[in-house]
Design a protein around this ligand. Structure first.
Ligand code: XMP
Length: 325
């Protein structure tokens, strides 16, 4: 039978045999896959592993700092923090089309990755957190939700840390390629990764950038980051974080009139998107208690200056997608 202990031991052994004394580069994303991978590789080859974290500036409040601190302080795995925030925001100047946004972010990520790997390298191997479903599911396929068939459709271009071009000069090491997500979670838990990583809600590669409808600016990122933080903070406090597949905020580019004290306001709405799902392929909007919505709504309007209205998204998938872009 499959046990996490046996998997960890065999995997560490397998990595050592394969990599020997050569150098490996790993891009951390903050998710459970790359985090588990970092731990296993570090156990296997120690300092011959370089973990790089590229901060695009689109993560949630406090997450980059938290990630670096968990790895360096708790696990004694040094992280090369790459601050690429300015580059990404510059690239996105004036861009409003969702696919163009995704494309530019993906492209810039590869660019930064290449530059940094040359600066830090040379490396012989690139470690990737490829899972079994990624192996069986080729790039542009999807499961038809009613028939279960695999169909070639592309609704959105996905961008992951794993989405690097095939022609990079690295050999790959992919020790998680036989695992399903829940098995990675079990391994992650068994090696002591914190709950906040192991059971984190899915978070898209392009991050908050695709939850800002319209142009992504530093100012709008701050607005969304603050609203998003309140959502996470409240659902954690109320003990309902794990009731949702995802629960997040989206910032709209329109404005509406409101009143605060005795002053007229004219500012942006935030959409709350709370979802239940088994696998992200289909999803239902969550039937959240009104009291929870009220608490979150009040807090966002009171604490985030540029927001004066909150709306709740009651669209399931299909026909809506989970993300707005
Ligand atoms: P949609 O919006 O297509 O999202 O219903 C389905 C699931 O995928 C996540 N998602 C992404 N994950 N890179 C990712 O790693 C991406 O570019 C990306 N886009 C969407 C989304 O959060 C949901 O869980």
């Amino acid at each position: 039978t499959w046990t996490t202990k046996a998997f960890v031991d065999e995997t560490i052994d397998g990595i050592r045999k394969k990599v020997k004394d050569r150098k490996v580069l790993l891009a951390l994303s903050g998710g459970v896959d790359s985090s588990t991978l970092a731990f296993l590789l570090h156990q296997a080859i120690g300092d011959n592993l370089t973990c790089m974290f590229i901060d695009q500036g689109f993560m949630r409040k406090g997450e980059p700092e938290r990630l670096v601190s968990i790895f360096s302080k708790q696990f004694h795995i040094p992280v090369e923090y790459v601050d690429a925030r300015e580059r990404f925001i510059k690239k996105l100047e004036g861009i409003v089309d969702p696919e163009e946004k995704r494309h530019l972010i993906g492209h810039e990520f590869i660019q930064v990755f290449e530059e940094e790997s040359q600066r830090l390298g040379p490396f012989d191997y690139l470690a990737q957190g490829t899972l079994y479903p990624d192996v069986i599911e080729s790039a542009d396929t999807n499961i038809n939700s009613s028939t279960g068939e695999r169909v070639a459709v592309k609704i959105k271009s996905h961008h992951n840390v794993g989405g690097l071009p095939k022609n990079l000069r690295f050999k790959l090491v992919e020790p998680l390629r036989k695992l399903f997500k829940d098995e990675v979670r079990r391994v992650g838990q068994s090696i002591g990764l914190p709950e906040e990583i192991v059971r984190r809600h899915p978070f898209p590669g392009p991050g908050l950038a695709i939850r800002i409808i319209g142009e992504v600016t530093a100012e709008r990122l701050n607005i969304l980051r603050d609203a998003d933080f309140i959502v996470r903070d409240e659902i954690s406090k109320q003990g309902v974080y794990h009731d949702f597949w995802q629960a997040f905020a989206v910032l709209l580019p329109i404005r509406s009139v409101g009143v605060m004290g005795d002053k007229r306001t004219y500012s942006h709405p935030i959409v709350l998107r709370f979802i239940t799902s088994e696998d992200g392929m289909t999803a239902d909007w969550a039937k959240v208690p009104y009291e929870l919505l009220e608490i979150i709504s009040n807090r966002i309007v009171n604490e985030v200056e540029a927001v004066n209205r909150i709306v709740y998204d009651i669209t399931s998938k299909p026909p809506g997608t989970i993300e707005w872009e």
